[in-house]
Design a protein around this ligand. Structure first.
Ligand code: PHE
Length: 469
């Protein structure tokens, strides 16, 4: 469905903050450190940086260009190139649903930790890690926090992209940044912190396998909100005249700096406290409070502030996920914004209940060997996002008009983009093969074969019925 007056960002900085807000989130602070920890540290970091600057930066430009050119959200943007590509947009909407099937659970944890910081969490540093385990397994408490988090999402997205999303990013992103620097300094000056720094920066190549590459590329897609139409949708609200390559570069750089800062904040302390880097999803919730506890009373306030910033960072990402789904329902299915938001958030809420319980009382309920939380995470992170990025690169590189792309990226010649030929070459020839190679070697070495097959099956089905989507 055509929309005549498309809402757009209030200001240039507004877009940048919103897009950076989408990118910077739990992916950087909660996920990046534990994935890096699980995958050996330094070597993972180098592979991750390679993925980010060789692949993601270029995919980001492609997605923004696609969105602004078509002036419509993800599914419509793909459909306009050819109906055959509609399924890539639909895969994106599905990824939005799946990520929102667990993201608000973690957002809820962060919100809960704001209050826990002030109510005794830091009193006994030795009990912090154990507290997390007990908390997430509780059948009620995390659900309430998750619901609170989800409701705030609904309120923001109902108000629309401009009023709701821009403001939060402008104030709270800088706060998060400052707090991460404060924690990093404390962390690096703890006794025994050096081991953490060498874990993070000294590559141990022996620990690298196909899985490391898959983990790195999946993390990079997730952290940069790519491969699922999010940046296409945000790009569709961009003003004519905004410079896409520069914006893409800024977003990618900011996102990467925050991830590395999170590593600098957590790993030195983690080693100083004698914990293991393979702490898993509880890493930030165990290590950050322990650092704050070591700071005395001021630590309580800083801990509270840190989790406020983390919850807000999560929020500016989750609203972008919800927006992908909602924009699809508005643009393609003709729903009213409010109906679309309430309908999709209700489904997400149910999925989140299943995810949260899968870590506790439903831990025995498994499909293809994995619980709900891990299923939604695995399907998106390891399958859908990378494949979405793969098809996007192919579509943009091989099926879109080169001249039109150039004009989009250089604003009809007004803002020259000198590296256009290089970008085009990478998107067309290098990136699809790079993603394909990583995906094939990685997927062959994962244990969750059943889930991979399921994901592929869904994609094949979507591609098959693409004309009807
Ligand atoms: N990039 C977000 C984060 O790092 C998560 C996200 C993924 C948001 C995909 C939108 C789309 O937390």
């Amino acid at each position: 469905m055509e929309q005549n007056v498309r809402e757009s960002w209030g200001s240039r900085i507004g877009f940048l903050m919103a897009a950076a807000g989408s990118a910077i989130g739990l992916g950087n602070i909660w996920r990046f450190p534990y994935v890096a920890g699980d995958n050996g540290g330094g070597a993972f970091l180098i592979i991750y940086l390679g993925c980010v600057f060789l692949i993601m930066l270029n995919v980001m430009m492609a997605e923004l260009a696609l969105g602004r050119k078509s002036q419509i959200s993800a599914v419509g943007a793909y459909k306009r190139v050819s109906r055959r590509w509609t399924f890539v947009g639909v895969m994106g909407v599905l990824s939005g649903f799946l990520i929102m099937g667990f993201y608000p659970v973690v957002g809820g944890w962060a919100t809960a930790y704001i209050f826990k910081s002030f109510t005794g969490l830091l009193v006994d540093p030795a009990a912090i890690a154990g507290h997390f385990e007990v908390f997430i397994e509780n059948p009620v408490e995390p659900l309430l926090w998750m619901l609170l988090f989800l409701v705030v999402n609904v309120l923001i997205v109902v108000k629309g992209i401009k009023a709701g999303i821009e403001v939060a990013g402008k104030i709270l992103m800088p706060l998060l940044f400052v707090l991460l620097i404060v924690i990093s300094i404390k962390s690096m000056t703890l006794e025994g912190a050096g081991a953490g720094l060498s874990f993070l920066f000294k590559p141990d190549w022996d620990a690298v396998s196909g899985q490391t590459f898959l983990a790195a590329i999946g993390q990079a897609f997730f952290s940069l909100s790519l491969g699922m139409g999010c940046m296409v949708t945000y790009g569709s609200y961009l003003n004519k005249g905004d410079r896409l390559p520069q914006n893409a570069f800024m977003i990618v750089t900011m996102d990467t700096i925050v991830a590395i800062l999170a590593g600098l904040a957590l790993f030195p302390a983690l080693f100083a406290f004698g914990m293991k880097p393979t702490e898993g999803p509880g890493l930030v919730f165990s290590v950050a409070p322990a650092i704050f506890a070591a700071m005395g009373n001021i630590g309580i306030v800083l801990s509270g502030l840190f989790f406020v910033a983390l919850a807000i960072a999560a929020l500016t990402s989750s609203v972008s996920l919800l927006e992908v789904v909602v924009a699809y329902m508005i643009d393609e299915r003709g729903l009213k914004r409010k109906t679309a938001v309430v309908f999709s958030a209700s489904i997400m809420g149910i999925m989140c209940i299943a995810s949260s319980l899968s870590l506790g009382i439903w831990s025995h309920v498994k499909v293809l060997g994995v619980g709900a939380f891990d299923m939604f995470d695995f399907l998106t992170d390891k399958v859908f996002l990378a494949i979405g990025g793969f098809f996007t690169a192919i579509m943009v590189g091989w099926f879109m008009d080169k001249k039109a792309l150039k004009e989009e990226l250089n604003n009809q010649g007004e803002t020259p983009f000198k590296l256009f030929e290089g970008w085009y070459f990478l998107i067309k020839y290098v990136i699809p093969f790079a993603i394909g190679a990583v995906a094939i070697t990685g997927i062959r070495s994962v244990e969750e074969t059943g889930v991979v097959v399921l994901g592929m099956g869904i994609i094949a089905l979507l591609a098959f019925i693409s004309k009807k989507l």
